[in-house]
Design a protein around this ligand. Structure first.
Ligand code: 1JT
Length: 260
């Protein structure tokens, strides 16, 4: 079968380990013929990402902490020399303080609120602006979001507000970058037990509850998210921009689910 991403170069931010959504996306992109560039956040993640990048035959593995403008600049300088054209950017990055995902939302601190916004929403704007000059053939930017952006989901709290902000960023970026044929979309994934989710209180109950009522009656797998990401990055997705694509077994259409 023809490969969806043949001849394209993808930059993927957010691989932390082999359970990362960004790792599944990277693997799908490579399967579809893309050339892959990965970034890691901080020295602590370097070794893991280098190992995973090696398995995926990534052409480059570079440091990038999205909260540090100088690291973004260094990333772009490096890419200009070695991979002058980027066709696809994947942003799979979020952060919030643990306590903000368990206390009542009312108790969110100013610092916790701003930190979640900076890492989880503003970083998409910063990275898109930095990489835009390299997207000379047009292309696709895809980020990851969650239903807690538009509905109240217990404990998601400050991340829900950050994801609402991120989804609005997707629409404004899509409007700005459309004339240059750069598309910007988000995938709203159902809950997945990644390392980020592992510490979340009652997360197993969330998974059980969703699988019981979602139309497809199972929990979202990273591979499902990855295949949608490949579609969006490919020319098959050429008419889609500014959208939130739900990859959640259909959970978001359900009003009141009664499990059988
Ligand atoms: C972060 C964390 C972002 C967990 C995240 C996240 N986006 C999705 N999840 C998983 C999740 C979490 C909750 C949930 C459903 C899914 C951890 C900290 C860093 C940012 O509630 C039902 C709470």
């Amino acid at each position: 079968m023809a490969q969806l991403l043949e001849g394209k170069t993808a930059l993927v931010l957010g691989v932390a380990n082999k359970w990362s959504i960004a790792y599944a996306i990277s693997a799908a992109f490579v399967r579809e013929g893309a050339s892959l560039i990965l970034t890691y956040q901080g020295e602590r993640q370097r070794e893991t990402v280098e190992e995973l990048g090696g398995e995926l035959h990534a052409s480059k593995i570079l440091p990038c902490d999205v909260t540090k403008p100088e690291e973004l600049e260094a990333l772009v300088t490096n890419l200009k020399q070695s991979a002058p054209v980027i066709d696809s950017l994947v942003h799979s990055i979020a952060f919030a303080n643990r306590e903000d995902l368990s206390r009542p939302f009312l108790e969110t601190s100013r610092d916790g609120f701003l930190l979640a916004q900076e890492v989880s929403a503003y970083s998409l704007v910063a990275v898109s602006r930095a990489i835009a000059p390299l997207m000379t053939r047009g292309g696709s930017i895809t980020t990851l979001t969650y239903l807690g952006s538009t509905r109240v989901v217990q404990n998601y709290n400050v991340m829900g507000v950050a994801k609402a902000s991120l989804e609005a960023c997707v629409r404004y970026l899509a409007a700005d970058m459309g004339p240059k044929r750069v598309r910007v979309n988000a995938i709203s994934a159902g809950p997945i037990k990644t390392t980020s989710a592992r510490g979340v209180k009652d997360f197993s109950k969330v998974l059980e509850g969703v699988a019981a009522v979602a139309p497809l009656r199972h929990n979202t797998e990273t591979a499902e998210v990855a295949d949608t990401a490949a579609f969006l990055a490919s020319d098959m997705g050429r008419g889609v921009t500014g959208n939130i694509v739900y990859v959640d077994s259909g959970f978001q259409i359900i009003g009141l689910g009664i499990s059988d």
